[in-house]
Write a protein that binds this ligand. Sequence first.
Ligand code: DX5
Ligand code: ZN
Length: 214
Amino acid sequence: MLSPSLLSADFTNLEKEFKIMNEEKVDFIHLDIMDGNYVPNISYGPGVVKKLRPLTDILFDTHLMIERPENFIEDFVEAGSDIITIHPSTTKHLDRTLSLIKSYGKKAGLALNPGDSLDILDYNIENIDLVLIMSVNPGFGGQKFIPSALRKISDVKKLIEKRNLKTLIEVDGGIKLGNAKEVLDAGADILVSGSGIFEKGRTRENIKAFKEIL
Ligand code: DX5
Ligand code: ZN
């Protein structure tokens, strides 16, 4: 499955980008929410997400890179998010925040940074729908894929199989047409790609090419 990250889209013409994503039927739209605190960059917030909602029926895959996400879950639910993924270190009570997401009937995701071990999954994986494996350090689009993510993907896959779960594995950062296959082969279910899809105004061609690999 494919989840284009809007961060690299043409923000002066989002209507056009959404039209292409609708016509090419991408599986999700990945929305990167950055607060300038947890990550060294600021993107956009729930107000923008709400404005985008009428442009598509495609599921909004919302990646929160913000401190204290529990304070904003309701806002993103109201804005139209379908999946809400958080980073464990951003919240003091992880289980409570994951439960809050689920209490709205939304899918909950847990993100692992390149330097994070799998330990946090041990007591949380049963409560989540998706593990987001970061293959770059969060904060910016257009970074280089960190190869150790490949082993992490297969380790998470083994854990999911061992526990007989249906948890999805999403991989985010530095995914291009050239490395998509090895990420899938390692065990990824959902590929996020920002610059690999939107750069150079070749959105439609890139989506088509990604879909062929998928
Ligand atoms: C990084 C974001 C990613 C980013 C991916 O913090 O979480 O979703 O937009 O962009 P590319 O595909 O360009 O690495
Ligand atoms: Zn992301």
